[in-house]
Design a protein around this ligand. Structure first.
Ligand code: NAP
Length: 221
């Protein structure tokens, strides 16, 4: 890897990934809402910020997201579902990453290895869901998984060595999880970043379109 683009470089995991990549001597370009005014819920904003960049980037990481948007906590039950909260989840956790793929694909090399990784979440796995609850967040992550799988199929036609995947970072101690951790064990962001990079290092084009956890194990859809 030589050049990395991180969308969401201000987040707990995003910042740790930027630091870990820089420590490896990789040229890192970071974009964020608080640092650059990038709002991933607006295509105009994505087009403007990504459109200014010069490729190629052989690593594109989308690490934006939220469990709680505008104070709307994840639903404990379908009884608490709100159309607005669900639409907001889709705007941020599904449509945003989809639009980032759309606008960033022209920045990856057509020849040579490139990885486009989007942070999803294990709770977005339908097969793994035994608890219920968090309907909007789970559904938005399940939908982004479909976006990634579909994009990977298309990308493989033009970019034979590209790898486009969904990754679950594990439970990581960031602002994202602060209110929801309870006694659940969580790893520090720096450890999560090293775990994710170790997985990314080993990914091959044969694995494109799949969903992996921080150990490199495939997660069922
Ligand atoms: N932490 C965990 O345990 C965990 C577990 C599973 C999956 N994940 C996934 O990992 C990703 C990152 O989580 P994190 O723990 O690093 O969260 P975090 O520390 O809260 O960071 C969230 C990032 O998303 C950005 N963001 C939020 N809304 C945005 C918007 N409308 N436009 C642009 N950027 C926006 C924030 O930007 P600003 O701060 O600049 O506003 C920040 O960079 C998320 O997709 C999450 O679903 C996390």
């Amino acid at each position: 890897m030589e050049r990395a683009l991180i969308i969401g470089s201000s987040g707990g995991i995003g910042r740790a990934l930027a630091n870990a990549l820089k420590a490896r001597g990789i040229d890192v370009t970071g974009l964020s809402r608080s640092g650059d005014g990038l709002d991933v819920t607006l295509e105009t904003s994505i087009a403007e910020h990504i459109g200014r960049l010069n490729g190629p980037f052989d690593l594109v990481l989308t690490v934006t997201g939220a469990l709680e948007i505008d104070g709307q906590a994840p639903e404990k039950s379908i009884r608490h579902l709100s159309a607005q909260a669900m639409a907001d989840q889709f705007a941020l956790n599904t449509i945003g990453p989809a639009l980032i793929l759309k606008h960033a694909i022209p920045l990856i090399p057509r020849d040579g290895r490139a990885v486009m990784a989007t942070l999803s979440a294990r709770v977005g796995s339908i097969g793994d869901n035994a608890l219920g609850g968090w309907t909007s967040y789970r559904t938005a992550k399940a939908a982004v998984n479909q976006v990634i799988h579909t994009t990977a199929i298309e990308l493989a036609r033009s970019h034979k060595q590209a790898v486009c995947v969904a990754l679950h970072p594990g439970t990581v101690a960031t602002p994202f999880t602060q209110k929801y951790l309870g006694r659940h064990p969580a790893v520090p962001p720096a450890e999560a970043a090293e775990n994710l990079l170790a997985v990314i290092d080993k990914l091959t084009p044969a694995q494109t379109g799949q969903f992996f956890d921080w150990k490199g194990e495939q997660i069922q859809w």
